[in-house]
Design a protein around this ligand. Sequence first.
Ligand SMILES: [Zn+2]
Length: 150
Amino acid sequence: MDIKIKNPDKKNKPKTAIFILILIVIGLLFFSLPFLFPNIFDNFNWKQAREVSGFGACKYDIKHIHNELMLYKEKNGNFPVNLNQLISKNKSMKGIPVCPISHRDYCYETNTDLTHFTVYCKGSFHKKAGAKPNYPRATDKSIDDVEDGL
Ligand SMILES: [Zn+2]
């Protein structure tokens, strides 16, 4: 094939054509993957993968809330009455997250003296990821990591 440059001002035209050709080849490869390797794609459970990644995100949220609660206690001497008290403009927490799977608020419980707390994902929304009901959770005694309830 002979590519002639009709307009000498547009010297990048052949490069553009090659780039588009590469994109088309990549696109074709991407769409033909399930046909080339049907076993991998049939055995891969997309819904379960979503559940597991959502469980990880839920754990991360609870860990984040736990850390903010510990900082709050350091500063104020006790834990807050509710999670909204963690929100402030200059801090790392600008809003209270919700569980990515249940789309519900995290449950926060304290004793009357505000010296202990439990924060957890209420319900059995992470059953498919292998977790017990009302997990993941963290308490004021959680030192290393969130309890995942697996
Ligand atoms: Zn959750």
